[in-house]
Ligand binder design. Sequence first.
Ligand code: C5P
Length: 233
Amino acid sequence: MSHDSVRDRLIVALDVDSVAAARVLVDQLGDAVSFYKIGMELAYGGGFDLARDLKSAGKRVFIDLKLHDIGATVERATRQIAKMGMDFLTIHAFPQTMTAARAGAGDSLKLLAVTVMTSYDDADLKEAGYACSVAELVARRARQAQTAGIDGLILSPHELSAIRTLVGPDMLLVTPGVRPAGADVGDQKRIMTPSQAIAASADHIVVGRPITRAADPRAAAEAIVAEIASVAH
Ligand code: C5P
């Protein structure tokens, strides 16, 4: 697997509504956290300046914009993110979108495909015109991502084992829906603990509120890193 260190396997989702609040959090977390995710809310609120500053400070940055558009637009947008020196970018796992993003990404930006949004169930797919189950569509898109040369997949923790078997060891598997034992589950429905997700072959776990809303975010992050270390190999 191609993660660099145990600490890098924890990605903290900076899901806050202002860059100022994100900077306070990053300062609190200090060297306990080496990898951050910036999603749509923060990106559209000035988060790219923060992303550049995080890179200057030696952090890794995951831009979670879930791109999906005509090929030419996806390719050019991906090239901009690559030029900024970002580490991970999400795209939707449609073949045209993935091929275009691959063409724009170059060598250092890793592309992660979102197979099927985990808020969708079989009934939602039927409503949207698909004649297959979520599990079938996840597997189909995982294979298509591999064919398109995509670096990794975003999956729910419960999809990890089956998809690892399907795609083999080289694809990065990244999972949200992670909650330390005893933490507030919030709106996440199908969760695993950090050690369960790592044991189920996740390369990286994405954790937001259990860290960002903790009384002591740094201690919460260190506890998760220690838990990852206890099962990582
Ligand atoms: O606060 P929490 O740990 O639930 O945050 C998880 C992060 O992962 C959020 O940024 C959320 O948008 C993202 N995510 C998710 N579930 C998915 C896909 C993305 O929780 N299925």
